[in-house]
Design a binder for this molecule. Structure first.
Ligand code: PLP
Length: 433
């Protein structure tokens, strides 16, 4: 399978090239040239979940990763559960936070780390994975790559704009993981990473590669759990799949793009809901047809504080630029912090269920966008464990959240980070030393 650039000015790349480059040379994002449709039997047959995921993945790695390797890679990467919890008949939560860092990014990061390590197994120079994070990406990537041979990881995060726990998770590892604390916003971090990739000297000397949601190796496995959710749901409903909506709390839109790919592969999704916080550039696009990025604003769902969602280029490409087609497939809604707090409170009172601030935005998306008297299933993606946002949870639902073992362990670690101004020359100098 070849991969094309959304900018259309680079030659198609092999899977290996696309994965190791991250960004295409023309600055575009890679997408597979074809998204093959799988038979219903393949998606919903009796085989085990991992076998179905391997069948989903196979066409994208055809000719580059042998099926047995791919199968092992998936079993290693998706080594934790993604339970589907029913709050009521039409409101279900897909819990994507049972991985090592308690956020959905573990799916993409663990898969990507294993895939890169496979692609680089015969090389003698180290690769450098450069990643900007607004919180969860960095820790998922750092943990995904920690101890992986032949790969150095450099994580850029905005100083003072990630939760204390998130900061701990991405700074305690050491070893092949370096954390850079940038005096700026997440958008600054993302801009610096983009600049680094376009710098020929850095490219040549450091073998840079990306791990943001722009990397196709992170995107593809994010289609997996949509299929898992549908399989669980079908089982819960005695073998029939109800009308199915997914509400996706979104920032850079990698998660939602994963869903669109699953849908193209044959998953019968009626509609997606793009649920955002006040950073609502994409929701505005659905309403007005104009995509106009702007600086991000801070919210309590900070992993979605993105002013210029990078996967917009992919979504536009998947719909061939048609606003009508995008509107038909995706409903959009945005919510402010007060609404988010109320939603956390409501779910705790009505269902005795704790949603983190990101999941709460997804919950609000369902409440606002599901059709009247909907009898199908609205599945909201719970992208993080509430304990990752303890300060906010304590304020809204005091005394309710319990810290999972793997998070309390992180809190005991020692922070190791280097403070750096938000300018490219400082970053370049640091990377070359
Ligand atoms: C990254 C993240 C999101 C946003 O996902 P995108 O793929 O960037 O849209 C939502 N919730 C949490 C907890 C995240 O870490």
């Amino acid at each position: 399978m070849n991969y094309y650039s959304t900018e259309g000015r680079s030659a198609p790349a092999s899977c290996r090239e696309a994965v190791l480059r991250g960004l295409a040379p023309d600055g575009g994002l890679y997408l597979p040239e074809a998204i093959p449709r799988l038979a219903e039997d393949t998606l919903f047959g009796e085989s085990d979940d991992h076998a179905v995921l391997a069948a989903l993945a196979r066409p994208f790695f055809e000719g580059e990763v042998p099926p047995a390797e791919l199968d092992a890679l998936i079993r290693g990467a998706v080594s934790f559960e993604a339970p589907l919890v029913e709050l009521d008949k039409s409101t279900l939560v897909l819990e994507l936070f049972h991985g090592p860092t308690c956020a959905f990014k573990d799916f993409g990061a663990r898969f990507m780390a294993r895939l890169m390590s496979y692609f680089c197994r015969n090389e003698d120079t180290d690769k450098t994975v450069l990643v900007a994070t607004s919180g969860d990406t960095g820790s998922a990537v750092a943990h995904g790559f920690f101890g992986v041979e032949g790969v150095q990881v450099v994580v850029l995060y905005p100083s003072g704009k990630v939760s204390p726990l998130q900061e701990k998770q991405l700074t305690i590892l050491g070893g092949n993981i370096t954390a850079l604390e940038i005096e700026g916003t997440f958008d600054d971090c993302q801009r610096l990473v983009k600049q680094a990739f376009l710098d020929p000297e850095l490219q040549n000397r450091k073998g840079l590669t990306s791990a943001n949601s722009i990397n196709i190796a992170r995107l593809l496995p994010q289609s997996f759990y949509y299929v898992l959710a549908a399989r669980y749901l079908r089982r819960m409903r005695g073998g029939t799949l109800p009308r199915l909506w997914f509400s996706v709390p979104s920032g850079n839109f990698g998660n939602l793009t994963g869903g669109l790919i699953a849908e193209r592969m044959g998953l019968p999704v009626e509609r997606f809901i793009a649920a955002t916080n006040s950073n609502n550039v994409f929701v505005d696009y659905l309403q007005t047809g104009v995509f106009s990025p702007r600086p991000s604003v801070r919210t309590i769902s900070n992993a979605m504080d993105v002013g210029s969602p990078s996967n917009f280029a992919r979504i536009a490409a998947l719909f061939r630029g048609s606003l009508e087609a995008a509107r038909k497939a995706i409903a959009g809604a945005s919510f402010d912090d007060d609404q988010t707090r109320s939603a956390i409170r409501e779910a705790a009172q009505r269902y005795d269920y704790l949603l983190d601030p990101h999941g709460a935005v997804g919950y609000l998306g369902l409440r606002q966008c599901l059709p009247q008297a909907f009898e199908g299933a609205g599945v909201l993606l719970a992208t993080a464990h509430p304990a990752k946002f303890l300060e906010i949870m304590e304020e809204v639902t005091p005394g309710r959240v319990e810290l999972p073992e793997r998070l309390s362990a992180a809190l005991c670690g020692r922070k190791q980070a280097e403070l750096l101004p938000a300018d490219f020359s400082s970053l370049k100098e640091r990377l070359l030393t």
